[in-house]
Design a protein around this ligand. Sequence first.
Ligand code: FMN
Length: 414
Amino acid sequence: MKRVDDFRLKFGKKELVPIVIGGMGVDISTAELALEAARLGGIGHISDALVHDVSDRRYNTSFIKDKTRFYKHNINNSDKAIIKFDLDMLAEATKHFVQATMAAKRGEGLVFVNCMEKLTMNGPRETLQVRMSAALDAGIDGITLSAGLHLGSFGLLADHPRFRDAKLGIIVSSVRALQIFLRKNARLNRLPDYVIVEGPLAGGHLGFGMDWAEYDLATIMAEVVQFLKTEQLDIPVIAAGGIFTGSDATSFLEKGAAAVQVATRFTVANECGLPDKVKQEYFKASEEDIVVNNISPTGYPMRMLKGTPAIGSGIRPNCEAYGYLLDGNGGCAYITAYNREVALHPDSKTISVMDKTCLCTHMRNFNCWTCGHTTPRLKDTTRRLPDGSYQTLSAEHIFKDYQFSIDSQVLLPD
Ligand SMILES: Cc1cc2nc3c(=O)[nH]c(=O)nc-3n(C[C@H](O)[C@H](O)[C@H](O)COP(=O)(O)O)c2cc1C
């Protein structure tokens, strides 16, 4: 009987354990988590979501404080169009984070950064270009393009000296999205080094509509593998979404995946950035506690725990501090929803906004508990402690369980 360790993800001559820990912003897939994946011979992701804040928390910089002070005069203004990101500061914050992470890297694996296109930052093209270029400058091994079609993203990097040597990949949820991406980028003569096919059971934003339950990862992956074969394109395909055991992973590797990307099992790792209290919420969750809703201003459905504090919260938009979801015209669906509720309840001190949430602030404060479909199974991966809480696990334990387990078993910690 085969196990994950019988397979290798090949990038040219480099061979890796075919386990990728997916990007989880904001700082949920921490540098520490990504570095463990790399040390163990796989691939880990950091995320550049709210990178200024991540830098401030980790390296004592004051990007957010400085930006908030600069735009303080606008805090009571419902129009956020004037809020812009200083591109030099964005590059500096990204370099800080990436350089420090890469300097700590040990082992044969790789560390990639997850770049979401939906972080439009009131200047989609120029901010994305700076984010990706600065990460390459600072020595990141690769960039995973996510949360968007990224039709112009390769073009933004085409003049970068590392455009052809760094690993560049994209997350898609359909063969069609991949076809469009490849067509749009054909003139650059630069194929992606890997394609992550993310199915509807993943955490974070979903690349499906609210009819997500009608799709399944195995079918989409088979379509992508077949398409690449027909086109004679030799691009490793990485399957993601709902892969909970080593046996699940092995079955995808046997069906033609070059690796698997996993995340939910690592949300309860010691190295994961979620506060311990939130990790316990993930452990405790049952199937009825999970919802897929439309409260993300990005327009993509998102899966989360029902008890997530972000649902119904009516906080004032905090774009002076963050503003990562401002589209190119200073708009964000949460601002619209919030202003509507304020107009409807002019005398209320606190309001509730049910249809959208202030995602930047809530993700920053770990108050949006996004999770994968398999979260209710996390409790079966550990032991209960005498005080009734669940024991969190080392990333190494989870990684090796994926790598070596068979028979759909999950190894409990000592
Ligand atoms: C808490 C959490 C946060 C996530 N955040 C992101 C993100 O910021 N960007 C992204 O591309 N994917 C994100 N994802 C998706 C994962 O990277 C991964 O592809 C997916 O969850 C794998 O499925 P699994 O969780 O069932 O293992 C997130 C997943 C989780 C569980």
